[in-house]
Design a protein around this ligand. Structure first.
Ligand SMILES: Nc1ncnc2c1ncn2[C@@H]1O[C@H](COP(=O)(O)OP(=O)(O)OP(=O)(O)O)[C@@H](O)[C@H]1O
Length: 593
């Protein structure tokens, strides 16, 4: 209920502002308000991809400009009624964005400054096309003859109302995304895209969707702005002012909060109006620059980031913890809800295979990390995967979980060949994994870290609330419920390893791949982790357990497979395998800790 207050406040403010033009404000104030709203739309729309998902774009000018020229061309040259041009402006901008994203998002390395530069280059390409074709043709496009739709008592009032509608819709969309499952996926992408994919987030589709929404809103604002300035040129439209200003506004306000960019937009527009008029224009620009430098230096997370840090570590921390059915019982003894079909029904080491790997190979620039590996994992068992350092154990987990594409071979999970599928589809098919070095989403609370897996890879829970409720049960199971609200940075290594486990379990997998979960733990912590892994198996989960701590391996595993130099060296009952001469020479000489 509390959350709904925000969109209600936005809608209420929109209604209040909508009556202003009818009071015949001086044109100066209408222009000021119009520009504040204009920058709110641009900064907030930029933030949907760049702030939420962390894909810093300098191409917002291209998408905004596409909207400017679409509306200008359709209204001035083809005499379309102006309001009809706006949806087309939004669509064209979104189409350009999706075209760029469809290529850029496929290349793994294009992030950070590379993505920023690429999007900046797109602006120059779009400007060149517009300037050298009849769309602009050189002299620009005049809209003086385009009638302003009569929405308010005056043309400026009507333009103000159009931009107000765009700002209210943009803020509501940004709020909605921020508090949705989609938004949680974008924030996971922001923190660790590969881990997000492994948790079941369809990262490619989500980035494209965020970019499409972001561009459509910028295109809509561009369309309105074409009529506001009434004469559009490529030099004015596609210069660096738009991308630089929206980036500064969003950073100043705070990119992790839906209202942050709007706060930055209003603050900078006020500063621009206050300082840049008359004879103090140059001094004014210097003062604004100085304020921005100070703001960014002392509030790198923006105004909203600073406020939130004072109040709580994460948005979820404000809300009371969801109630899980078992709360109140002793933590760690609580069993999570009944596990779904495929968990094996609690039968240990049944003979039927859950996973069958056939001739799996993976090479890195000629180095054969996996060479024709064939093995099966039986339903309900704990299979130990051993081998000296560099023998291919982690590569096996990375290939089976979809982190790496195999060079050859098949991976069958219950009758379906999942080799080569994107990691999020493999997660949804029922395989979860942990990382040797924990990779939590650093800016999300412990609870939300687990909720992501519950929402995406699990049973497809539709809302954050459901995801958090499910997540809490797994935090109780892994003794972490007391840490639900903190950020992962506040956990020690043992707790971070357990967080990895909770995230893996929250997806209710058929098979869990544990990559050295005991590495770095103290003997007491190892004991507690071993007990936990037993309880996970006792619930029927099938486990592949990569580990160097031999006591734990012998205590936990039903069968063992040993790798050496990327190939399978031995397979069988733990004691027999460990006593075989081949394994003794290849493995035991290296480590028998
Ligand atoms: N991304 C990569 N790029 C290049 N080489 C890699 C990559 N990942 C693994 N390798 C190489 O593949 C081989 C197998 O590595 P892998 O990490 O799978 O071994 P491991 O058995 O898990 O070792 P450890 O027990 O030390 O974790 C090693 O020679 C390693 O250097």
């Amino acid at each position: 209920m509390k959350l709904r207050a925000a969109p209600a406040a936005v809608a209420g403010a929109g209604v209040l502002l909508a009556v202003l033009p009818f009071f015949r404000l001086p044109a100066f104030y209408e222009s000021f308000l119009y520009l504040a709203l204009f920058w709110i739309v641009l900064a907030t729309s930029w933030n949907i991809l760049s702030g939420y998902a962390g894909y810093f774009s300098f191409g917002h000018g291209a998408f905004f400009g596409a909207g400017v020229y679409t509306s200008a061309t359709l209204a001035a040259k083809f005499e379309w009624p102006f309001l009809w041009t706006l949806p087309v402006a939004a669509l064209i901008a979104a189409a350009i964005g999706v075209g760029v994203g469809a290529v850029a998002f496929r290349v793994r390395g294009v992030r950070g400054e590379l993505f920023a530069l690429l999007t900046l280059a797109v602006t120059f390409v779009v400007a060149t096309i517009v300037g050298n074709t009849p769309i602009d043709g050189g002299p620009g496009v005049y809209l003086n003859a385009v009638p302003v739709p009569k929405l308010g008592p005056t043309p400026t009032g009507s333009l103000f109302l159009m931009m107000l509608a765009a700002a209210v819709v943009t803020l509501l969309i940004s709020w909605g995304i921020r508090h949705s499952r989609f938004g949680a996926g974008l924030f996971a992408i922001h923190d660790d895209e590969e881990a997000a994919e492994v948790m079941g987030v369809p990262t490619y589709r989500w980035k494209l969707a965020a970019l499409a929404v972001s561009c459509a809103l910028a295109g809509w604002a561009g369309g309105i702005h074409a009529l506001f300035i009434s004469y559009v040129t490529t030099a004015e439209t596609f210069n660096l002012t738009v991308p630089l200003t929206v980036v500064l506004m969003s950073i100043l306000g705070g990119t992790r909060h839906w209202i942050g960019p709007a706060i930055g937009a209003v603050a900078i527009t006020c500063l621009l109006f206050a300082f840049t008029g008359g004879e103090y224009a140059v001094l004014g620009k210097g003062v604004i620059g100085l304020i921005l430098v100070i703001g960014i230096l002392f509030m790198p997370e923006g105004v909203m980031g600073k406020l939130r840090r004072r109040m709580r570590p994460d948005a979820s921390a404000r809300a009371p913890l969801p109630t899980s059915p078992q709360r109140g019982e002793e933590q760690g003894k609580v069993l999570p809800p009944p596990l779904g079909e495929g968990w094996g029904g609690g039968t240990h080491a049944a003979q039927t295979p859950l996973l069958q790997v056939k001739n799996l190979s993976k090479s890195f620039r000629g180095l054969k990390a996996l060479s024709n590996v064939s093995l099966e994992v039986r339903r309900g068992e704990i299979l130990g995967l051993l081998g000296p350092n560099g023998s291919g154990k982690s590569t096996f987990i990375n290939v089976v979980s979809g982190h790496y594409l195999p060079n050859g071979g098949e991976v069958w999970l219950e009758g379906r060949n999942i080799a080569g599928l994107p990691a999020h589809q493999i997660a949804r098919a029922g395989i979860a994994r942990t990382y040797q070095i924990p990779r939590p989403f650093s800016q999300m609370s412990v609870l939300d870290n687990v909720a992501i897996a519950a929402m995406y890879a699990g049973q497809g829970l539709r809302s954050m609330e459901e995801g958090r409720r499910e997540a809490l049960q797994w935090l109780e199971f892994t003794h972490l419920a007391g840490k639900a609200k903190v950020l992962p940075g506040e956990l020690n290594l043992h707790q971070r390893k357990f967080l990895e486990l909770a995230r893996a379990l929250a997806s209710r997998p058929r098979l869990v791949l544990l990559d050295e979960v005991l590495c770095g733990l103290t003997p007491t912590e190892i004991q507690s982790a071993v007990a936990l892994i037993r309880r996970i198996r006792d619930q029927g989960t099938t486990i592949v357990f990569v580990e160097h701590v031999m006591d734990a391996v012998m205590a936990l595993t039903d069968r063992i497979v040993v790798f050496d130099q990327g190939a399978m060296l031995a397979e069988g009952a733990p004691r027999e395998v460990m006593q075989s001469p081949a394994v003794m020479s290849a493995y035991l000489g290296v480590s028998h800790a």
